[in-house]
Design a protein around this ligand. Structure first.
Ligand code: IMP
Length: 194
């Protein structure tokens, strides 16, 4: 089975992506590879940061790598927290981030939002490609559900009456932004090259 580094130490993301890829690849995390260097995320877009993460890891490990950068884009907040989703309230504290979003949304009726994920892939020879996935939904007025991570308890995907944190992992993995980005990547790997 082909080994690929997934440039993350986020246990939730790792679990999600392993479940979605379901044994197609041996997915090795940064911890698995004893890669302890902090990876910079210097850019102002999700696309650029995903590629920068993949390039940083590939330049050191010289093996196939995928990197994900993702975020929540809220319409009435002009796309924020966006690329700053992880430390929107100042630190990597999911509850503080949620509290800040709910406070900023307090007087807004328009609750439309979407999660976006970009998967950057660099193959063994250094060829780079990026794949995007999004899921549309609404920001709830209160926190609902205990599963998942990040903004899951306040994001209700379109067509559902439960938040991501109330869906089972399997249900979330069927419709998530990461799932859609990964699907685009796998589809590309399966396509005959021209
Ligand atoms: P990254 O690790 O730099 O990609 O940070 C992405 C941030 O966006 C995470 O720390 C979460 O706050 C948020 N995020 C991304 N994907 C999800 C998700 O599936 N559920 C909830 N929050 C997410």
């Amino acid at each position: 089975m082909k080994s690929i580094c997934f440039a993350t130490n986020n246990a939730h993301k790792l679990e999600e992506v392993r479940a979605i890829l379901a044994g197609r690849f041996e997915l090795l995390s940064l911890n698995d590879l004893n890669f302890t260097t902090e990876i910079p995320e210097p850019y102002e877009t999700i696309e650029e940061n995903a590629l920068a993460k993949a390039q940083f890891v590939f330049s050191r490990l010289q093996m196939p790598v995928i990197a994900d950068d993702s975020g929540l884009e809220i319409e009435v907040l002009d796309g924020k927290p966006g690329v700053h989703s992880a430390h929107y309230a100042g630190t990597r504290d999911a509850q503080a981030n949620i509290d800040l979003v709910l406070k900023q949304m307090k007087d807004h009726q328009n609750r439309q939002a979407r999660f976006k994920s970009v998967i950057a892939y660099i193959d063994g020879e250094g060829k780079q490609q990026s794949f995007e996935g999004t899921v549309e939904g609404n920001i709830t007025k209160v926190v609902r559900g205990a599963d998942g991570f990040g903004y899951d308890p306040i994001f209700m995907p379109k067509g559902y009456d439960r938040t991501f944190a109330e869906l089972s992992a399997t249900e979330k993995n069927t419709i998530s932004h990461r799932k859609r980005a990964l699907e685009n990547w796998v589809h590309c790997l399966n396509s005959p090259q021209v």
